[in-house]
Design a protein around this ligand. Structure first.
Ligand code: HSE
Length: 321
């Protein structure tokens, strides 16, 4: 980031529009590292105002709905905007937010990462011409709030991302997914807390399990980009899914049944949704039939990879006329 003008302030009435994709993290062996952007999006409009924070939400998280989100300065999108202003040392304006959400909450589809990236991108847009917030800054600020970069990286950059953290902060490599890969997301009615899921992880794992996951995650990058026929072998995991299975037994059972039928099924993020990386459209429909046969209510969603990632655009003030 570079300070273009130490004295700058966001003009009242400046507006930006933001669009950010859902994501699926881990993808089996790539715990806290691999992520995929999905074609389900949250949309946001933000206006700089004289004072206060006002949030309107429609769709997922709206007032009165299950898992409704706060509409004051504790709202996660608002917190992300304010975090960026704090980090770049510019006084935050008042904020009016209008969020239109489609990403399910608590299902392992990156809703909190998307909310954070939406806020960080909105701040970047509001700060245009005042402070240059680079895409590396967006990844850094979003990771500071999310704690790990595997959801926020694909939400920012799109496609398949490898994310890691070094002494300089979070880094990423974006890759294009092979066109022979089709996605199915099985979404249950139940929700799962990422915090709870992470609390079930051991502090140490056997060396053999670490080697197992190193081999599968390296293979998975090749399978997703060049050789989809390797997806089944490449999606095995010994670092997180078995430790968390007791907290989401239906998810674990569905992953087992799908894999027994030959499908590359994994827990999506911290769960409880299940992602299938199918090798062709017919295999995806076979997997969808297995999902829809469950006694417990699951929704099978046929998805695609979002290749664009998060966007922020100015809304011209004259457009209101
Ligand atoms: N890598 C994260 C986890 C993704 O599995 O805990 C969910 O935030």
């Amino acid at each position: 980031m570079s300070a273009a003008s130490a004295a700058g302030a966001v003009p009242d009435g400046r507006r930006v529009a933001v669009r950010v994709p859902a994501t699926s993290a881990n993808l089996g062996p790539g715990f806290d590292t691999l992520g995929l952007a999905l074609n389900v999006h949250d949309e946001l409009e933000v206006e700089a105002t004289a004072s206060g924070v006002h949030v309107e939400v429609s769709g997922v998280g709206e007032a009165g709905s299950e898992l409704s989100v706060p509409t004051d300065e504790t709202n996660l999108v608002a917190r992300a905007i304010l975090h960026v202003f704090d980090r770049v040392g510019v006084e935050a304006p008042g904020l009016r937010l209008q969020a239109t959400n489609s990403i399910p909450h608590g299902r392992g589809m990156g809703s909190s990462g998307a909310a954070i990236v939406s806020g960080v991108l909105a701040a970047k847009g509001l700060l245009d011409g005042i402070v240059d917030v680079t895409s590396d800054d967006v990844l850094r600020f979003a990771t500071e709030l999310e704690g790990h970069p595997d959801n926020v990286a694909p939400a920012i950059f799109g496609g398949l991302t490898i994310a890691w953290v070094d002494d300089t902060g979070p880094r990423h490599k974006q890759l294009a997914v092979h066109r022979g890969v089709s996605l199915l997301m099985a979404v249950p009615e139940a929700t799962m807390s990422t915090k709870l899921a992470r609390s079930l992880q051991p502090d140490a794992v056997p060396h053999a399990d670490a080697v197992f996951n190193v081999s599968r995650s390296a293979l998975l990058v090749a399978a997703l980009t060049q050789s989809p026929e390797l997806l089944f072998d490449a999606t095995e995991d010994r670092l997180h899914q078995s430790y968390r299975a007791s907290a989401m037994p239906e998810t674990s059972a569905l992953v087992g049944d799908l894999r027994a039928a030959g499908h590359a099924a994994v827990v999506s993020g911290a769960g409880p949704s299940v992602l299938v990386l199918a090798t062709d459209p017919a295999a995806r429909l076979e997997a969808a039939a297995i999902v829809e046969d469950r006694a417990q209510a699951w929704t099978a969603r046929l998805l695609a990879v979002d290749i664009r990632g998060g966007t922020v655009e100015p809304i011209p003030t004259s457009a209101a006329a």
